[in-house]
Write a protein that binds this ligand. Structure first.
Ligand code: HEC
Length: 142
């Protein structure tokens, strides 16, 4: 009896391990991202999409893959920013972007744009709006 149970348990454990190891990398990345409670509201990301196209897309491309400016999504972006905080990113953007007219986009608009960028990198939406000062110590680890 005992041996049968042990066997069943072992088989189940192997099954779980297999399932986890078979997860595609991208899916695994997103599931880590969703552990954070929520970084922005869905409304912000929506507004941010339009604002990004107006102010940022001519250099970073509408799909964020980069051209005159670096890609703002994917591995490259996450390895550049994954050890820094949301506050660092907002400050960088405010001081340097758009590169042809730094500081011309308001804090509120930059928050919306940043919400959109985070969404495109697999960070989840939540109830608390992304804003300068709020949650700015959160490390951008998805
Ligand atoms: C005129 C072209 C141009 C526009 C418009 C522009 N950027 Fe950039 N962006 C650049 C260049 C060039 C760099 C790289 C220079 C640097 O890192 O200092 C950059 C870098 C960045 C980075 C850092 C990326 C990294 O991997 O380190 C972020 C974030 C960023 N831009 C966000 C924005 C946002 C948000 C907007 C719109 C408000 C914007 N940019 C508009 C050209 C542009």
């Amino acid at each position: 009896m005992k041996t049968a149970r042990y066997l069943l348990f072992t088989i189940a454990a192997i099954g779980v391990a297999l399932a986890v190891s078979l997860l595609p990398n991208s899916l695994a990345d997103t599931s880590i991202a969703t552990k954070q409670k929520g970084w922005y509201t869905a409304g912000q990301a929506n507004r941010g999409h339009q604002l990004f196209n107006n102010y940022c897309a001519q250099c970073h491309m509408p799909d964020l893959t980069g051209a005159m400016g670096p890609a703002l999504k994917g591995q490259q972006f996450l390895s550049a920013w994954g050890t820094r905080t949301l506050g660092d990113l907002l400050t960088f953007e405010h001081q340097n972007m758009p590169a042809n007219n730094p500081g011309s986009v308001s804090d509120k608009q930059l928050s919306d744009i940043t919400a959109y960028i985070l969404m495109k990198n697999g960070f989840p939406a939540g109830k608390t709006p992304l804003a300068k000062g709020a949650g700015n110590t959160m490390v951008l680890k998805p």
